[in-house]
Write a protein that binds this ligand. Structure first.
Ligand code: NAG
Ligand code: NAG
Ligand code: NAG
Ligand code: NAG
Ligand code: NAG
Ligand code: NAG
Length: 556
């Protein structure tokens, strides 16, 4: 969570504002309560590959406010991937983010990863949560156009990212960094006001994780009437929705998997600024794995290696050198159009840490990036190698939408307990104590809850140790750059005997980041007959031998 890397897991990010299409149902819930399924290509042409697998989409209406049905209705965009053998039930997927489309996630991971683990006997169902994708209310918008946004944030941290040299621990840089507090406080207060005045503000209070848990239960009551036990797999931020679900509805717990886990106590009961430090806990170690794997592969196997005697430290130093050079060029006013700024390159590095299967490609990109920078430095821009920044060329990008912020801040503790200064301090502390490489990043969601105009009408803040109808399975990767293993352990500890903990002994974010037949087998057996290991010690599962991140390198 707290990053865009889940975009890699969820495929392409949600495509801004979705036009209302003719299939959208009227929003009178007392009306027909059913779902009229249609091929998902009817929702978006990019979903057409699901049509031949009988993956279908539809809308399901729920009350905006579960405690007051008179407020109106939300219309959830739902996707179903039917069982291909004798049906045993339904498995509900909670995708990451917050703010990622469940439909997109299921279309990307349902037919391969999830089908492999859960088998052919379950329907898979996912949906775009409130405030996301094709659901109504859709993504909150606070600017009319991208140009409005650009003009508003022009030249601020929001636009440039955090462009620093070294590691944001020396006094000069810190002084300069903190000097932005008043400006950003003003900008975010202004943004909060804009969002409060926008059309989408009317429904902000009905977005959030507790509502998502209730929506899932309502979907299950409709699709499997009379069946008490609900099955679910929550990935990344989806683990938070899942953890809320099991604690809010302990009697409804069937087979539930939480994978790549959030820290529930920090998320629900502490200022979200503090969350930033937790999310980065294993990020430095992940980068260490990348550098080690690259160095082991040698000159032929990893482009960032210059001589076969290079160590991981040499590779890491080379990358830090690029970030510093890019920063110097930026400060100097060099034209970096067509490549990454230092801030962008750092974010890109962090994002790809989540997906080790892309590390080898990342090494090639960084190699090319180094060449780009050298060329710019030498003022020979014509010899640019490979541009890393192709997508920015897209001209008609709409204004940013705020689904991530809306859900995060909607769930968050009251705004009065947070400040802009607190966000800056979180970055400085993360840089000093948690990750010198990835701490210095600017993530809006962490920083603007103090100015966000709404909180969810329902926020679940515990208890977290409910006695569950069935035991659940909690999965954490040993070295996950976004959701450290300790979070999975914490969830398991909170639930005691009600949970079994499994460690996937590899890198990346959530278990689908690499491949472990051991994990797949544990999940399959669990869904087959409920079997889970006893005891509170984590079972450890190795990554499959055929997972190769770099040639001739054993890092996985
Ligand atoms: C899709 O559904 C039809 C009708 O139920 C069935 O005949 C066909 O085998 C299904 N195709 C797949 C790929 O599951
Ligand atoms: C941003 O500010 C610069 C000057 O600082 C100005 O030249 C440019 O036109 C501004 N861009 C927008 C979109 O307002
Ligand atoms: C930050 O950089 C300085 C100067 O390069 C170095 O001495 C220090 O150890 C670094 N701090 C961390 C936490 O890496
Ligand atoms: C991997 O190692 C083998 C045997 O040591 C060697 O023949 C091969 O060239 C290496 N491949 C790469 C990409 O370095
Ligand atoms: C390259 O050099 C020319 C002439 O000195 C200068 O005008 C231009 O701004 C330089 N380009 C970059 C990218 O620094
Ligand atoms: C701050 O948080 C406490 C609980 O931790 C809450 O009781 C209080 O209302 C909050 N204060 C403000 C101003 O939001």
């Amino acid at each position: 969570m707290l990053c865009k890397s889940a975009a890699l897991l969820a495929g392409v990010l949600i495509s801004g504002v979705s036009a209302l299409d003719g299939r959208r149902r009227s929003s009178v819930i007392e009306d027909d309560h059913g779902i009229d399924w249609f091929p998902c290509s009817g929702l978006d042409a990019k979903y057409s590959h699901g049509d031949e697998l009988n993956i279908s989409c539809g809308y399901y209406d729920v009350p905006l406010d579960w405690a007051d049905h008179s407020v109106g209705a939300a219309s959830l965009a739902v996707v179903i991937y039917p069982a291909t053998k004798k049906r045993r039930g339904t498995m509900y997927i909670n995708a990451g983010g917050p703010g990622y489309s469940g439909i997109e996630f299921l279309l990307q991971y349902g037919p391969n990863h999830i089908r492999k683990a859960i088998g052919e006997h379950y329907d898979f169902v996912a949906w775009d949560p409130r405030g996301v994708g094709h659901t109504t209310p859709g993504p909150p918008s606070c600017f009319h156009t991208a140009e409005d946004w650009e003009a508003y944030f022009n030249g601020t941290l929001e636009e440039t990212g955090l462009d620093i040299k070294g590691n944001l621990t020396d006094d000069d840089q810190l002084y300069k960094f903190y000097s932005h507090v008043p400006e950003m406080e003003r900008k975010y207060r202004g943004l909060g006001k804009r969002c409060a005045e926008a059309e989408s503000s009317k429904t902000l209070a009905y977005l959030g994780s507790a509502a998502a848990a209730r929506d899932m239960v309502a979907l299950a009551d409709y699709l499997d009437p009379g069946i008490q036990e609900l099955n679910s797999w929550g990935f990344s931020y989806g683990s938070m929705v899942g953890f809320i679900f099991v604690n809010m509805f302990p009697d409804r717990v069937g087979h539930v998997v939480l994978d790549g886990c959030m820290h529930p106590l920090l998320y629900a009961t502490r200022p979200i600024t503090e969350y930033y430090l937790n999310s980065l806990e294993s990020s430095e170690e992940t980068f260490g794995g990348f550098a080690t794997g690259c160095a082991m592969a040698g000159k032929n196997g990893c482009k960032l290696v210059q001589s076969d005697s290079d160590t991981a430290a040499d590779v890491a130093l080379r990358i830090r050198g690029m970030l510093d050079l890019a920063h110097d060029l930026f400060e100097f006013g060099a034209d970096l159009t067509g490549t990454y700024t230092s801030a962008q390159a750092r974010e890109h590095l962090y994002n790809v840490m989540a997906t080790p299967l892309l590390w080898s490609q990342l090494a090639e990109e960084m190699h090319a990036y180094g060449k780009d920078l050298t060329a710019i430095a030498a003022n020979t821009t014509c010899s640019r190698a490979l541009s890393m920044k192709q997508s920015d060329a897209d001209s008609d990008i709409g204004p940013p939408t705020y689904e991530y912020v809306a859900i995060l801040c909607g769930d968050s503790v009251d705004a009065g307990n947070m400040s802009m200064r607190g966000g800056f301090e979180a970055i400085a502390r993360a840089s000093k104590y948690v990750s010198p490489l990835f701490g210095p990043q600017w993530h809006i969601g962490v920083h603007m809850c103090f100015a966000w105009p709404a909180r969810a009408v329902e926020r679940y803040t515990g208890p977290w140790d409910s006695k569950l109808k069935n035991r659940i399975l909690i999965i954490g990767n040993s070295v996950d750059p976004e959701t450290p293993f300790g979070n999975a352990k914490l969830m398991a500890d909170l639930l005691g005997h009600n949970a079994a903990l499994v460690r996937q002994d590899g890198f990346g974010h959530v278990s689908v980041a690499e491949r472990s037949s051991c994990i797949t087998n544990i999940i399959s057996r669990y869904f087959e007959d409920g079997t889970l290991a006893e005891g509170s010690d984590a079972t450890t599962c190795p990554i499959d031998d055929d997972v190769v991140l770099f040639p001739n390198s054993t890092v996985a």
